[in-house]
Design a protein around this ligand. Sequence first.
Ligand SMILES: [Mg+2]
Ligand SMILES: [Zn+2]
Length: 190
Amino acid sequence: MLFDRDGTLIRDVPYNGDPNRVEPMPGALEALGRLRRADVPVAVVTNQSGVAKGLVSPDEMDQVNAKVEELLGPFDAWAICVHDDADGCTCRKPAPGLVIRAAAVLDVSPRDCVVVGDIGRDMEAARAAGARGILVPTALTLPEEIEHAPEVADDLIDVVDRVLTDAEGPVPAGARISAPWARTMGWSRW
Ligand SMILES: [Mg+2]
Ligand SMILES: [Zn+2]
């Protein structure tokens, strides 16, 4: 499962380079814990144009990301775009590059990924990569972004409820091939 960072995993503090200002979104820690216990890989797909703009140094960004992992636990992959709109890169959401890159690191198809984000760009990136998109709106999410979202959840707990459904029973050792969550998420290679 691929998460946007700002406004999704942590509170959106525009162009934040200060790890002390990192604050998890409600339910983030619990949601991630449930996914990890269910053996669902978790990754971050994040636009960080503050780096291209010179507002956040790469080192500050690294410190903020390290704080995110300190507060929310380790992620299996980080895919970060440090460009801005004018750079014409293939990774800045709504382009699909970050989703494709994170899926490659996790060694799964983008089609077997769920992208969770708070704005339309996240949902566009998911759609462009062939992934399932789930929008978790905040006060900053535009009404038309909610209207056009393929799926809307109340919060991160609701997201996990939707994805895991009844797949959270204990998985016996060696039973990974038939793990319930694998069927739920359509991870065909498993
Ligand atoms: Mg966001
Ligand atoms: Zn980029």
